[in-house]
Design a protein around this ligand. Structure first.
Ligand code: AMP
Length: 202
C-alpha cells in the first residue's frame, strides 16, 4: 500500500499548492494524526516536540477551515516566546498564501500602536505571547467575537515561564463555542487540569 500523502487528507487546491511550494512531500507523523482531527472540529491535546512538524500540523487544517471573507480574527495562537510567535506567523503566511489569508503576530517589547493599527484591518490569524495578547484584550483592541480556533503551543514552556495564569485569563475571555488545540513536549498535571477545565471532551 502506498504511503498517505497530503492529497489524501481532503485539502483544497489552494492549500495543497502552498504545501507543494514549501517542498513538503509527505505529512509527518504528528500531521497525519492531527490534521484529520482538526478538520473534524475536535479539541486536541498533543505531545509534540519542536522539529516534528507540529506548526504545520495545526496551521494546515486551520488555514483550510478559515473563512476568507470574515473581517474579524478567527484564530488565536498563543506561544511562549516572540521568536516562536514570529516563526508561527511565517508558517501560517506561507501555508495561507494562495488562499490570501492574513496573519499577524503581536508580542511585547514592540510598540503597541502599530499592532493596534494592524488589528483594525482584516486579519484572519493572530499569533501572540500571552502578556501582549492579554493587554490587547483588556484594551479592547483585539476583537475575539469570531474566534473559532485557539491554539496553545509549547504549553509546558508557558508553565515554566510563569504564563499559565495569563493563559487561563485569556481562555476565560474567549467565546465558548470554539475549538482548542494544545501542543506540549510534556504533559504536567497543571496542563491536564487547565485542559479539563476549558476544553471539550478531554
Ligand atoms: P516544527 O516542528 O513546526 O518546528 O517544524 C520543523 C520543520 O519541519 C520546519 O522547518 C518545517 O518547515 C518543516 N516541515 C514541517 N512539515 C513538514 C513536512 N511534512 N515535510 C517536510 N518538512 C516539514
Amino acid at each position: 500500500m502506498s504511503e498517505l500523502g497530503f492529497k489524501d487528507l481532503g485539502l483544497s487546491e489552494e492549500i495543497l499548492e502552498s504545501i507543494e511550494k514549501l517542498g513538503y512531500k509527505r505529512p509527518s507523523e504528528v500531521q497525519k494524526k492531527v490534521i484529520p482531527l482538526i478538520l473534524k472540529n475536535k479539541d486536541i491535546i498533543t505531545k509534540a516536540q519542536t522539529g516534528s512538524g507540529k506548526t504545520a500540523a495545526f496551521a494546515i487544517p486551520i488555514c483550510e477551515k478559515i473563512e476568507l471573507e470574515e473581517k474579524l480574527p478567527q484564530v488565536l495562537v498563543l506561544a511562549p516566546t516572540r521568536e516562536l510567535a514570529y516563526q508561527i506567523e511565517e508558517d501560517f503566511s506561507y501555508i495561507g498564501k494562495f488562499k490570501r489569508l492574513r496573519c499577524i503576530s503581536i508580542f511585547g517589547k514592540e510598540p503597541i500602536s502599530g499592532q493596534i493599527r494592524e488589528l483594525k484591518q482584516r486579519v484572519h490569524i493572530v499569533v501572540g505571547t500571552p502578556g501582549r495578547v492579554l493587554d490587547h484584550l483588556e484594551r479592547g483592541t483585539l476583537n475575539t467575537e469570531k474566534i473559532k480556533y485557539l491554539v496553545i503551543d509549547e504549553a509546558d514552556e508557558m508553565l515554566n515561564m510563569g504564563f499559565i495564569e495569563q493563559v487561563e485569563s485569556i481562555f476565560s475571555k474567549l467565546p465558548e463555542n470554539k475549538n482548542t488545540f494544545l501542543f506540549s513536549a510534556t504533559l504536567p498535571e497543571e496542563i491536564i487540569k487547565l485542559s479539563k477545565k476549558y476544553m471539550k471532551d478531554i
